[in-house]
Design a protein around this ligand. Sequence first.
Ligand code: C2E
Ligand code: CA
Ligand code: CA
Ligand code: CA
Length: 284
Amino acid sequence: AKSAGGNRYELADPEADARAITRHGLTTALPAALDRGEFFIEYQPLVYLGDGSVRGAEALVRWLHPQHGVLGPDRFIPLAEHTGLIVPLGRWVLEESVRQARVWQDRYEEAGPFRINVNLSPMQLTHPGLVADTVDILERFGLEPDALCLEVTESALIGADDDLLKPLRRLSEMGVDIALDDFGTGYSNLANLRRLPVNVLKLDRSFTQGMQQYPADPVDLKIVEGIVSLAHSLGLSVTVEGVETGAQAEQLKHLGCDTAQGWYYARPGPPDRLHELALADATG
Ligand code: C2E
Ligand code: CA
Ligand code: CA
Ligand code: CA
């Protein structure tokens, strides 16, 4: 069809049309899906490399779509960001994750303090209700701010002005941990870290992938070693994502990484799965 502008032609592409319809269909279905409770959360354990104990979990949202089945966040988070629905959806994820973390703390006290990591979209950062909503949710479920970690991507923060950082700083002062997610994916500016209110660095999966063979590429090792030592010197702890093999886990532990996450330990799963892992860990 000829476009409205008159000087551009688009080839007929039935597949692209189908994709567009799906995108459009998904976008318009999002608000009702939230009302109907079609979203659910899977939890992936965070493992302390020092002793292999499960210390917490990252909350990862999914959509049980009535026609399309389970959709991963990559399919709908960008759409929710585009329409602004990410604000109420993100608030729901936070509330549900904090509620769940409280259940874990109560039931499995012997497993030690349990932490919950929740992803924040850039739009949630600029939403004026972020601090008040977070405080309200923590109080309502009686969870200590210390038990919560909010994950923000590097790209959302690099170049951020002080207004954007203020709410994060407030949360950080309350004791909420702030993690810089997907660290090293291209916007890295290590010097910048000093002005950001973050205390956890999540090394992107691409670094972990470089450690698939044993021994790993010496240059990769040097880079990770440098990042870890710099992070530690700035008082940040380092979490590595995407750990799929024992060899990776060993090398990352050897390099001084603090916490790890990945299929090698467990895939994201329902809350009951995490009960089992944390409890098995606590009882040896
Ligand atoms: P992320 O925050 O970097 O989350 C880690 C992703 O890596 C997850 O994908 C997880 O399932 C996957 N993963 C975990 N271990 C491994 C592994 O060993 N190997 C590989 N190849 N992958 C692994 P998932 O669940 O599809 O989430 C994708 C992205 O969607 C997340 O990336 C995050 O950016 C976003 N997301 C998920 N839940 C939320 C949410 O509640 N709010 C917001 N704003 N974004 C979310
Ligand atoms: Ca994350
Ligand atoms: Ca803290
Ligand atoms: Ca990540």
